[in-house]
Every structure is written in structure tokens, then in C-alpha cells.
Design a protein. Sequence first.
Length: 86
Amino acid sequence: MTPRRQSPRTVRIVGGLLAAIWMAAGVGGIVAAALTAHAVLGLAGLAAIAYGVVWARVAHEGRLLTLREALTPWRGAKDRDARTAR
């Protein structure tokens, strides 16, 4: 079964909503960790914020990211273009 093409507008809207939700959950986790002195909540909050940043990047680019792009955000479009030119 071939994957359907997704509308960039839909990807941007859903990505933006997911980014906001994950970042808000992350901030809530960090606040809860500070109030209750549970370090695990703080780590989960940081992980949620990082996941929210990945979704913000999806919303910015208007397309889903590959796993490599999501895990290595410091490699910009310039690096991607250089690899494909070889």
C-alpha cells in the first residue's frame, strides 16, 4: 500500500498543535517536579519539551521528518543538500 501525500497545510496545523501540547506538558512536568521534588518528573518534562521542539520543526518545514532528521537537528538543510549532491 503506498502512502498518501499529505497536505503541507494539514501537517503544519497538526504539527503546531502537537508542538504546543507537548511543550505545555513538558513545562507542567517541570513545574510539578519543582513543587514535589521528583527528579523523574523533571526529566520527563525535559523529554516532552524536546519532543515538542521536534514537532515545531515539523510544523515549520510543513512535512514529516525522517528519523535521522529528527534525531540530528544540528544538521541543517545545507548538510542535506551536500549529501544529495554527491
